[in-house]
Design a protein around this ligand. Structure first.
Ligand SMILES: O=P(O)(O)OC[C@H]1O[C@](O)(CO)[C@@H](O)[C@@H]1O
Ligand SMILES: [Mn+2]
Length: 446
């Protein structure tokens, strides 16, 4: 018999025919796999130039593995163990057993029957396996083209944003606390809406920022369903006051990054503002250790974005790029990855399953979790009632004060007012998945 935890709703799953999870697995994931296959194929000549015949062989093998994966997914075959012997392989295989135990042994763990969060993460890990089993191309990022393209396509918006930051800096000394808080709130919202620009929800279709992100804010305000930005600001302020005399700001803000391209720039601009205005001394960025959910940030994307910003033919943009490189050199900014971010766990499992990462996050004064997938993991991707408190859905996860900045792209949403969800559903039936709505949702551990 399947084990049922009392009081905790079931995981979202494609077994509910017609649900968003079902449509994602039936339609969006195979499309993403087909694009990955096509990308590898288009790079055949490059592989040949770099590795000769071995490169061609690797291309063929990887495509074979990915076609097999697509077939397994589309025919709802059992999920199988990984065989690539990487640092996280055992942990993935143990997780499969855990899922099997939870599900009971009548039916194998499979794409359309098991938790959506698990199988969707598993697909990206299998893509990584297909590449890593073919050593000459094992560092090839199958999503790189889309990520760089989305950065270039949002150049104008990036320039506007860097000019906006420059203006806030010019008058920095003269700013009253209210003005400082006003700028912070704007940059927090820009980073929030930056999350519209992911490439997973659109199955890799162009989704970049083309209009001014600053001018758009006022019009977007009504679409923020929960806005706890005041609590985020007081967290930065309360530590400021608690600091020793003369010291200002909190010590460390952690940003758990989501997507490369425009969203990453909005995060870097926010981080720049926090450091340059003395609100935080250090920023820890947390990213992925391999390509993930189409557009997520890897170490390579992080450093590439800084270099591209430096190289821009725009005074304020390149100035920011150099500033960011300095922050990295001086250690005010640092990039960290951990295998846990590319695993399928709900975050309530982090303390037990990745105690080192949990301990590291406990050192932060504030953690910003970017994006939809992080929200799904914070809430366990479960069928919660909309009025359930965010703190309840976190199920004990709370290494430090934390805030989710997320546009809604999956049908899980907690912490709403009674009736709010129903009203939204009658006005806009796809409100939970169309990316038009957003939340700034805060939690402070007791
Ligand atoms: O980049 P984000 O904001 O995490 O969005 C990715 C989202 O897109 C989806 O792939 C859409 O199904 C979700 O699974 C995922 O949560
Ligand atoms: Mn993402």
């Amino acid at each position: 018999m399947a084990a049922v935890q009392s009081g905790v709703p079931p995981s979202l799953s494609a077994k509910v025919t017609g649900s968003f999870a079902y449509l994602t697995i039936r339609d969006r994931l195979p499309t993403i796999l087909t694009k990955v296959i096509d990308t590898i194929h288009r790079n055949k000549n490059t592989f040949f130039e770099e590795h000769g015949e071995e490169g061609i062989e690797a291309e063929k093998q990887a495509i074979g593995l990915l076609s097999k994966l697509r077939n397994e997914l589309q025919t709802d075959k059992p999920v199988i163990e990984l065989t690539d012997g990487l640092e996280d392989t055992d942990s993935w295989n143990e997780y499969l057993q855990r899922q099997q135990r939870l599900q009971g042994d009548q039916e194998p763990v499979s794409w359309f029957k098991s938790p959506w969060l698990y199988v969707e993460c598993y697909m990206y890990r299998r893509i990584q396996e297909a590449v890593s089993l073919n050593p000459p191309i094992s560092n090839f990022d199958v999503f790189n083209e889309g990520k760089t393209q989305s950065f270039y396509e949002s150049q104008k918006a990036v320039m506007t944003l860097c000019t906006f930051l420059e203006d806030t800096q010019k008058n920095a000394e003269k700013l009253s606390p209210d003005q400082l808080s006003e700028h912070f709130s704007k940059l927090l919202q820009i980073s929030l809406w930056g999350n519209k620009c992911d490439l997973s929800i659109s199955a890799g279709q162009d989704n970049s920022q083309k209009t001014s992100p600053v001018d758009a804010l006022a019009g977007l305000q009504p679409y923020i369903l929960v806005n706890d930005s005041g609590m985020v600001w007081s967290t930065l302020m309360s530590s400021r006051r608690a600091g020793e005399s003369g010291e200002s700001g909190v010590d460390r803000v952690d940003i758990v990054l989501d997507n490369a391209g425009f969203e990453l720039v909005t995060d870097l601009v926010l981080a720049d503002f926090l450091v340059s205005s003395g609100l935080a001394r250090k920023i820890y960025f947390h990213g992925k250790s391999f390509p993930w959910f189409v557009s997520d940030v890897t170490a390579n994307d992080f450093h590439w974005t800084i270099r591209q910003t430096m190289a821009a033919n725009h005074k304020w943009m390149s100035k920011r790029g150099f500033q960011w490189q300095n922050y990295v050199k001086e250690g005010a900014w640092s990039y960290h990855d951990h295998p846990f971010w590319t695993q399928p766990h709900e975050f309530c499992d982090m303390a037990a399953d990745a105690p080192d990462l949990y301990a590291r996050l406990q050192q932060a004064d504030l953690i910003l979790f970017k994006g939809d997938l992080n929200y799904r993991k914070l809430t366990g991707d479960r069928a919660w009632e909309h009025t359930v408190a965010f703190s309840t859905a976190l199920r004990g996860f709370g290494p430090a004060p934390l805030c989710s900045l997320r546009t809604l792209k999956a049908n899980v949403q907690v912490g709403l007012q009674p009736g709010q969800g129903e009203k939204l559903a009658s006005k806009d039936p796809t409100w939970m998945t169309n990316g038009k709505y957003a939340v700034i949702q805060f939690y402070r551990p007791l």
